[in-house]
Design a protein around this ligand. Sequence first.
Ligand SMILES: NC(=O)c1ccc[n+]([C@@H]2O[C@H](COP(=O)([O-])OP(=O)(O)OC[C@H]3O[C@@H](n4cnc5c(N)ncnc54)[C@H](O)[C@@H]3O)[C@@H](O)[C@H]2O)c1
Length: 396
Amino acid sequence: MKVAIIGQGYVGLTISVSAGLANHSVIGFDLNEQLVKRLNSGVSHIEGVSSNGIRRLIENGKYLATSNPIDMDNCEIIVIAVPTPLDSERKPDLTFVRAAADLISKNVKSPALIVNESTSYPGTLRNEIAARITGVKHLFASSPERIDPGNTQWGTKNTPRLIGGLTPEAVVKAKDFYGSFCDSIVEVSSPEVAEAAKIFENTFRQVNIALVNEFVQIANALGISGREVIDAAATKPYGFMEFKPGPGVGGHCIPVDPSYLAHVANEVGVPATFIKRANEVNLAMPGYVVKRVVAGAGGSIKGKKVVVVGVSYKSNVADTRETPATAVIDLLRELGAAVTWHDDLVSTWRGESSSSISGSDIAILVAKHDGLDLAAVKACGYVFDCTGTIAGADGI
Ligand SMILES: NC(=O)c1ccc[n+]([C@@H]2O[C@H](COP(=O)([O-])OP(=O)(O)OC[C@H]3O[C@@H](n4cnc5c(N)ncnc54)[C@H](O)[C@@H]3O)[C@@H](O)[C@H]2O)c1
């Protein structure tokens, strides 16, 4: 099939490569011309998608990136994979989704199946996408992406794919397309169910992470290891699911998607109390980390050299969106510490460069990537570990 994927970020590029490897001819459409240039020269910007893989697809005529929306015309399948962030009031911002729909409406004159993979609240496909695309009788389906960047066990192929269509024909076509590179398709009765399932999954994670984050604070105050308790509880073969504590939540999904659910809950007059409380607990974690560091380092960090190790939002990804490292660093600086940071995957961030670890009075391990020089971390005067990696170190 001739396929266009709108947005060549984490989701869009990953799907482009999966579709290209399944022998579809893929147009990777992105408004970012620099990115398009880089992709066409065979350079990937996403961990998990190799530059070699992109080069091979380009050589075989299976992939081409473009910034020209006209190139999407005559495609059988058009997938929307654009950002769905929160606005300054932490409300859903569908600007990118609407812009993508408008580009389709203006440029795609031959009937296609239009699939939304961007995460959003129920009703987005029907009311924000299909309703904006006029003049041509397209098919519409929702298939929210569930990818977990950096996860080597679960990827596009073996993660079951949800599909909900506006019409039965849309479902058939979507199953045909996704079935060519996904092992398992789960058809649901409407796009709204698929959309809601995605934001419920991430709300489930957000709430459970908040629960363990609160629990480790209770355990620490009781003088026991929260992580050891969680590991012990996880030996129960039923009725318990293990979540790991940490310095907060980051990335494009967990801190953001639940607010999409809270937004629609509010519109229909149902209080989303768990989401609100989970947000509060997770957002307070950087403060808890800094409080423990101050206590562990003798009561004051004023003038101390502190290195924050790992500023991406989780291990083995370079993504710094919504990373809790931001609040950790800002709070440390407010207390007068001389803060630098180190990340093997992030070279520059917030106008600063990654520094070396050695020579610091205090090291705070916020995210641990494979290959990290742990000996250098351990050599710092005081070590606080947010990742559960360093046996015997203070941490959460
Ligand atoms: N990153 C993840 O782990 C993940 C996982 C599952 C779902 N999602 C969801 O998938 C969607 C995309 O996320 P992402 O992480 O891939 O975002 P991203 O920021 O990595 O990439 C989005 C790309 O879309 C491009 N873009 C924006 N507006 C455009 C337009 N109108 N036309 C063409 N290109 C446009 C941007 O230039 C960018 O390259 C979001 O809804 C997100 O919540 C993300």
